[in-house]
Design a protein around this ligand. Structure first.
Ligand code: PLP
Length: 420
């Protein structure tokens, strides 16, 4: 530990948390970049994968690879069992009522586009309104904008205060008889804000307005119970939750999914096809046209097993300790401004440094082995709101350590000296 950091409170391990042992599960962490040990702090973009997930993918392709649902041979049965087993695993993780409510997609982005195309095009008409928040990722802005343009509907935006908290007093005023959907994030990727999602859902439901929750930044860090939340739709990506890329999940209440038309047409989403008429398949297959990412689903289920094995409460507690420590260290750097200091925050440290452009800072951090993201984080409206073109974002994962947070702050100080 450097002399500059000695005054700070060092994170306390939650009972039984052994970061060094956990790090051994992640092969990609054990490498050097630019001759320095890798400090991976870009977890909000994507997480590294534990060996069990890599092994699950290898095992699937080594032994069981076949197409699902249609085959009569052993490998196809194995692949189908594993794929449908993964769906059940995800149902259990989210506490959904039925696997009929779990649709595999490519990622959170596709899940939102599915709801936009299927639910949105059916339900939203000219003069209707969709409510989002000022801290959404582009994935939860652009599809709704496209729908509004197409239908002559209006996008309304719940504002954010200077800390990065949603201004909840404004929320009821945004809802009305023309509101067809509220689509809001559970955790902001750019600021780390944890939104009061339960309250957001309750208030909308009093007016019978359905709510889509973007859980992309929540699922890797906390337990999620869709029945407890009572959300209508919930989306997340596997790759941010220690699973593979190319696999994500849409949860939808069965009552909505039943009423929604298919998103794409093709194989597997049908029961019967003739040139006159097609009868669509049951849920959830109605929404899964074509060969799915079978290995991805299996890998994601394995990642959720891994997360549950550690315990999501312990994961959240550890990351919170790191966040508090990192906040203290960075706030002590002269000329550094944290962007996003919400009352309830996940492990995101977004900041700007006087006299150093975020991209230059990101490059210097990389030279020190510290992997962060520099830019607008697919949240340009957030950057506009805080009056900055870009930030450097360090985002924490379960395998990060106090020493890595110190490496970040000391690399930032070095960058500052270079530009002084
Ligand atoms: N929503 C949030 C809050 C995100 O942080 C992200 C990605 O960073 C997305 C949606 C989109 O995720 P993906 O690119 O995996 O679809």
């Amino acid at each position: 530990m450097s002399a500059t950091t000695r005054a700070f409170r060092i994170p306390v391990n939650p009972a039984g948390w052994d970061a060094e042992r956990i790090r051994k599960d992640f092969p990609a962490l054990h490498q050097e970049v630019h001759g320095k040990p890798l400090v991976y702090l870009d977890n909000a973009a994507t997480s590294q994968k534990p060996q069990v997930v890599i092994d699950a993918l290898t095992a699937y392709y080594t032994r069981d690879n076949a197409n699902v649902h249609r085959g009569v041979h052993v490998l196809s049965e194995r692949a189908t069992d594993a794929y449908e087993g993964a769906r059940e695993r995800i149902r259990r993780h989210l506490n959904a009522a039925s696997t009929r409510e779990i649709v595999f997609v490519r990622q959170a982005t596709e899940a939102i586009n599915l709801v936009m195309a299927s639910f949105g095009r059916t339900v939203v008409g000219a003069g209707d309104e969709i409510v989002i928040s000022a801290i959404e990722h582009h994935a939860n802005i652009v599809p709704w904008q496209m729908l509004c343009q197409e239908k002559g509907a209006r996008l309304k935006v719940l504002p954010v205060d200077d800390r990065g908290d949603l201004i909840m007093d404004e929320y009821p005023r945004l809802l009305g008889p023309r509101t067809r959907l509220v689509a809001i994030t559970q955790v902001s990727n750019a600021l780390g804000t944890i939104t009061p999602i339960k309250e957001i859902i309750e208030v909308a439901h009093r007016l019978n307005i359905p709510v889509l929750v973007d859980g992309a930044q929540a699922v890797p860090h906390q337990a999620v119970d869709v029945r407890e939340l009572d959300c209508d739709f919930y989306v997340f990506s596997g790759h941010k939750a220690y699973g593979p890329t190319g696999i994500g999940v849409l949860y939808g209440k069965e009552s909505w999914l039943e009423r929604m038309p298919p998103y794409q047409g093709g194989g597997d989403m049908i029961k019967m096809v003739s040139f006159e008429k097609t009868i669509y398949n049951d849920l959830p297959y109605k929404f899964e046209a074509g060969t799915p990412h079978i290995a991805g689903a299996i890998g994601l289920a394995t990642a959720l097993d891994y997360l549950d094995g550690l315990g999501l409460d312990a994961v959240g507690a550890w990351e919170h300790e790191l966040l508090v420590y990192g906040t203290e260290l960075l706030q002590a750097v002269p000329g550094l401004r944290l962007i996003g200091t919400a009352r309830r925050k996940a492990g995101v440290l977004s900041f700007v440094l006087d006299g150093v452009h975020a991209h230059d800072l990101g490059t210097i951090l990389d030279q020190h082995g510290v992997a962060v993201r520099a830019g607008h984080h697919c949240a340009m409206p957030v950057m506009d709101r805080f009056g900055v073109p870009a930030t450097v974002r360090a985002s924490l994962g379960l395998y990060n350590t106090p020493g890595e947070v110190e490496a970040l702050s000391s690399a930032v100080r070095t960058a500052q000296e270079i530009f002084a």
